[in-house]
Design a protein around this ligand. Structure first.
Ligand SMILES: *Cc1c(COP(=O)(O)O)cnc(C)c1O
Length: 344
């Protein structure tokens, strides 16, 4: 193995989608924005489509175009950023469904693509994306007359089940959609876990498919193996890496591994992360550099050819914890230099 290898378990991905689907009585979509959270939209989306996903969500029109090429015609692809200026041609050509976020986007859609499918996003308190209650009240009858295929909103605090914001947003969403005869969607992964009041017609899981919190029963999807480029022996008092931040206290064997912060192994994980040799932990020592990290392998019985940084012993959320971030950021930072291997 000459390059670092990201292994993606498509069987586990599908099992996660099925498990989330089994928690509701409604349809379950799939969110594959940001290249399927860094795992590769082509293979991930095709596997999900084969398993029965009929409604995909991406953030950008450009992502929708790539997805359409991967999955072909017939499945719905909704674009969360809506109908952006300049995108009408691509939206039409690739049969994308923009989720309209404002009166301006509504006008753009009706002017440029009258009769083409669209959905609507409502802002129920997150103050990020979607029509506000006042705007919606003024537009609602006109918008509904154009036959939206879906009306959605998004929870700000879904990963904190007891947060009062969840009930608050649920009640605003219910008010704003009261009496509508249109499919509704409120929940991403976290909302699915909040129970059936939050499920409506369709759920939109992302992170749970890829094995991340807050779906604690998720099967791990990703593992990451780093090749050992070099091994050297240090005497006590010698230092490792930029800034001399780590000093050997005993005769030490250091392995230099072929991936660094340019590959999403962010510097902040430096002193807390571990790498694993068949289940045995070895501390990462010294600073993470652009293409390399260094680990103390003194206690291993044999010289390893590679070490794992994402594995059963250290999942995406554990590694995120070492770096003071969340699993989403670890996954979407993984970068293009890995060999991606798909297991089915
Ligand atoms: C990213 C996103 C999702 C998926 O969220 P997860 O927490 O990854 O399940 C769903 N809906 C919207 C609007 C999003 O932006």
């Amino acid at each position: 193995m000459s390059s670092a290898t990201l292994s993606i378990d498509l069987t586990a991905l599908i099992a996660n989608w099925r498990a989330l689907d089994a928690m509701t009585a409604c349809e379950t979509g799939a969110v594959v924005k940001a290249d399927a959270y860094g795992l590769g939209i082509d293979r991930v989306a095709r596997a999900l489509a084969d398993a029965g996903v009929r409604h995909f969500f991406v953030a950008l029109t450009r992502e929708g175009v790539a997805l359409r090429k991967a999955v072909g015609p017939g499945l719905r692809i909704s674009v969360l950023s809506g109908h952006m200026a300049g995108d009408s041609g691509l939206i039409r050509a690739h049969d994308l469904t923009p989720m309209l976020n404002s009166v301006d986007q509504m006008l753009r859609h009706v002017e440029n693509l009258a009769g083409a499918p669209f959905g609507i996003q409502l802002d129920t308190g997150m103050n990020r994306l979607g029509m506000e209650p006042g705007e919606w009240a003024a537009l609602r009858d006109v918008a509904v007359g154009q036959n939206p295929v879906l009306v959605t909103s998004h929870l700000a605090c879904g990963d904190e089940p007891d947060h009062p914001m969840n009930r608050q947003q649920l009640s605003v969403f219910n008010e704003m959609t009261n009496g509508l005869d249109v499919p509704l969607s409120l929940s991403a992964t976290a909302g699915i876990l909040l129970g059936k009041d939050y499920h409506f017609s369709l759920t939109r899981p992302g992170i749970g498919l890829y094995g991340g919190a807050p779906f604690s029963d998720a099967r791990p999807v990703v593992s990451l193996d780093l090749p050992v480029i070099q091994i050297r022996d240090l005497a006590p008092g010698e230092t490792v890496g930029y800034g001399n931040t780590w000093t050997a206290k005993r005769p030490t064997r250091i392995a230099t591994l072929g991936a660094g912060y340019a590959d999403g192994l962010i510097r902040a994980m430096g002193t807390t992360a571990q790498v694993y040799a068949e289940g045995t932990a070895c501390p990462v020592v010294g600073r993470v550099s652009m293409d390399l990290i260094t680990a103390d392998v003194t206690d291993l019985a044999a010289e390893p050819a590679h070490l794992s940084i994402l594995c059963p012993e250290q999942d995406v959320d554990t590694l995120a914890g070492a770096a003071g971030t969340i699993g989403y950021e670890i996954l979407t930072s993984l970068g293009p230099r890995y060999a991606r291997m798909y297991r089915e």
